[in-house]
Design a protein around this ligand. Structure first.
Ligand SMILES: [Zn+2]
Length: 287
């Protein structure tokens, strides 16, 4: 068959090609229309794509009963073998970590529902290695999965159904796993604990710069997006005032001890000048 006939046939078979193959076929057809000629390589590809489309047609039962079984082209065989191999590897690699990480998926889903487009948690192991847990982008290869990085290394992913699939032969560190579990179990508590320790908000990675966010371990925006506790600052201020008062009282006693007149002679008569002259710090009576 001539190139012209082959190109026409390929055009009629476009619906039987996958999206990426169809794009490739359209490029070849476009080239033919512009140039009215095909290089040997392009002509071969037109033939290969026709053969691939015929196999799809055959599998879909769309070829006449007496049509000879089309031969599966090498390109298609290689592609299908790779696909089967990937599926097998994924099935084999799925490990049971003994914990249910669907809670992590729920936590991320909640953040997303509150307008956090790409939820991410950033913590650090005891030795300072950064631990990052972040949602795969919706247009990525694994939409719905959550990736886990330990340091610069991609360790694996949590699937939408809460299973962990390590990357290649990597394993998720026990410390990292238990930290992830802490966040899942009680995000408010973990956010506070790690935020205060690391001096950054684990839900957005920014430095904690206000007194309030340093107290909570995260800021009001993250509190809202991740559904964390916020706003019991009245209680907190009472707590802080109590601490301040205790500090003032301690100072006063220190001063008293330092300036208290000694009484070397028990028989000495007390006079008004012996009275303690306390120099109270101004404003010490509370605000
Ligand atoms: Zn934050």
């Amino acid at each position: 068959m001539s190139n012209a006939q082959n190109v026409m046939q390929l055009e009629s078979l476009l619906p039987y090609l996958s999206a990426s193959r169809r794009k490739f076929a359209n490029d070849l057809i476009g080239f033919w229309r512009r140039e009215r000629k095909l290089t040997r390589g392009r002509a071969d590809w037109v033939g290969i794509l026709i053969a691939e489309a015929k196999v799809y047609q055959y599998r879909e039962g769309q070829l006449p009963a007496n049509h000879p079984i089309p031969e599966v082209p090498e390109t298609m065989r290689a592609f299908e073998e790779q696909k089967a191999l990937n599926a097998k590897r994924t099935a084999e690699a799925t490990v049971d970590l003994g914990v249910d990480l669907t809670g992590l998926q729920k936590l991320f889903a909640g953040a997303r529902a509150n307008g956090k487009t790409n939820p991410k948690i950033k913590m650090a192991l005891a030795n300072g290695t950064v631990l990052e847990v972040y949602a795969a982008k919706s247009d990525s290869k694994n939409p719905g999965s959550i990736y886990v990085n330990v340091g610069p290394e991609y360790t694996g992913k949590v699937t939408p159904d809460g299973k962990f699939i390590p990357y290649a032969d990597r394993r998720l560190d026990d410390e990292a796993l238990s930290m992830i579990c802490e966040v899942v179990e009680n995000p408010t508590q973990a956010g506070r604990l790690y935020g205060r320790k690391l001096k950054w908000c684990i839900f957005c990675g920014t430095q904690l710069d206000t007194n309030e966010s340093q107290y909570y371990g995260y800021g009001p925006i993250c509190a809202e997006k991740w559904g964390l506790e916020w706003g019991n600052s009245v209680e907190r201020k009472a707590e802080d005032r109590q601490a301040t008062l205790e500090g003032v009282v301690d100072d006063v006693f220190d001063k008293m001890l330092a300036t208290a007149p000694r009484f070397p002679n028990a028989n000495q008569v007390h006079t008004p000048s012996d009275q303690l002259d306390l120099d109270l710090p101004s404003g010490s009576d509370g605000d």
